[in-house]
Design a protein around this ligand. Structure first.
Ligand SMILES: [Zn+2]
Ligand SMILES: [Zn+2]
Length: 259
């Protein structure tokens, strides 16, 4: 039997799950996805609050609290205070997602960098790992991480899509990389090559659902149970067994989020 797989990044508080969240979680567990991290920060602070409440309702869930870079312009002292309250709850296990998104530029870049710095400070204060989002912004992300320091509890660059050199920088600085269903897409050969070279003890798997459904579900609403397809794509890319991928990535995720 395939060892359990953990979906380390799903947006279960997204409106796309509001009608059938119980079924979505049941299907995941039935598929061998025994644990999930419901990420906060798919929107303003309310999203982190909803994720925290959800993690308190389901044993198989933990949550994170943060403000997505898209909403960085909304971060003020009241937001930070509320995040701090959420981060004190036992089922809230990481800060994020935070980071830089220069592809959409939904918030001004200087405010994104400032919000990221405050999240890194929170992670340090609360001794929690950080969940980072980076799109077209590796150099600036690196600069902010160098200025603020990577939290002692480490963290993860989620939905990693960078090159091997960028991957090495994050690994050298104590961060893990998390891969989504993008590695199953036909045109993602370069990313698959990177995924094949990154050591198994440095990676985790995620769906980033409801977005980015992996093959053979591409184009549908994504859900945590489909992380099995991400694991299969990873095993193909690395030319190893599904068991090996599941065992290593689950151990990494347990250490970061469930210990
Ligand atoms: Zn993200
Ligand atoms: Zn996300």
């Amino acid at each position: 039997m395939t060892p359990a797989i953990i979906d380390t990044h799903c947006h279960l508080s997204d409106g796309k799950f509001s009608d059938d969240i119980d079924e979505v979680i049941e299907r995941a567990v039935a598929a061998g996805v025994t644990r999930m991290v419901a990420v906060g920060g798919g929107g303003p602070i309310e999203d982190s609050r909803r994720s925290a409440e959800m993690a308190e309702r389901y044993d198989c869930l933990r949550s994170t609290a943060g403000i997505h870079p898209h909403d960085a312009a909304s971060v003020d002292q009241a937001t930070i205070d509320e995040l701090q309250d959420l981060l004190a709850r036992p089922t809230v296990v990481a800060v994020g997602e935070t980071g830089l998104d220069y592809y959409y530029d939904n918030s001004p870049r200087d405010l994104q960098r400032e919000a990221l710095a405050r999240h890194l400070q929170l992670a340090q204060q609360c001794s929690l790992p950080i969940v980072l989002h980076c799109r077209d912004a590796h150099e600036d992300l690196r600069d902010v991480l160098e200025a603020e320091g990577v939290p002692a509890a480490g963290g993860v660059v989620h939905c990693f899509t960078g090159n091997y050199q960028e991957a090495c920088w994050y690994l050298d600085h104590g961060l893990l990389l998390s891969f989504t269903g993008i590695i199953s897409f036909r045109n993602a050969g370069e990313l698959r090559d990177v995924a094949a070279r990154v050591p198994l003890d440095s990676m985790m798997l995620e769906t980033d659902s409801p977005y980015l459904a992996p093959e053979p579900k591409r184009g549908k609403r994504n859900e945590p149970g489909y992380v099995v397809h991400v694991a299969e794509a990873m095993a193909r890319a690395r030319d190893c067994s599904l068991e090996e991928v599941a065992r290593a990535t689950t151990a990494n995720a347990e250490k970061m989020f469930f210990s």
